[in-house]
Design a protein around this ligand. Sequence first.
Ligand code: 5GP
Length: 206
Amino acid sequence: MSTENATGPAGTTPQRLVVLAGPTAVGKGTVASDVRRRYPQVWLSVSATTRAPRPGEVDGVHYLFTSEADFDALVEQGQMLEWAVVHGRHRYGTPRRPVEEALAAGTPVLLEIDLQGARQVKAAMPQAHFVFLAPPSWEELTRRLVGRGTEGAEERERRLATARVELAAEPEFDTTIVNHDVAEAADELVSCMGLGPLSARSQHSR
Ligand code: 5GP
């Protein structure tokens, strides 16, 4: 378990709030799910979205599936820490209060959001740690997007166009993790919070 005084992998203070962003299909959701499974002490923010559930997605677990009107209300009432239209279509946002409550309770928090959202969180909470999940290569990213098979050709092109822009934002982030392997990427991610085997190893070696 991390403490406020523990040092992270790069000799930095572990952050309670870690923001994970990166291009479409790089595997952010898979890495976040792996963190949820193996590091239950990390609280994963559940985003609100106006898009429809995919098969197997559960309301309140994967997303809070929200009507346009309800999303409007959340934004108007100032209840969103950040929100964005992603891939030019649906709205996604992070409900503010659960994040603030978890942080106040000292719980490590992970947000898995898009680049626009990450920039908003950086403006609001610059002390957070911003992690960019990168693909091993552009070819691999394209292969993963096609392989997932959840989007049609038009949507895929739209997402690839977004991904090109998103890849250029890497220098804005504190840390880059290359997603060669889901479990390794998850371990690297939680090490930013002072958790996991990589963190323990680096702390012992100091
Ligand atoms: P998908 O529709 O495939 O679940 O997600 C599409 C994109 O929305 C992903 O890039 C994901 O990171 C992003 N996303 C999910 N939740 C949020 C959120 O709360 N805020 C923002 N800004 N983006 C989000």
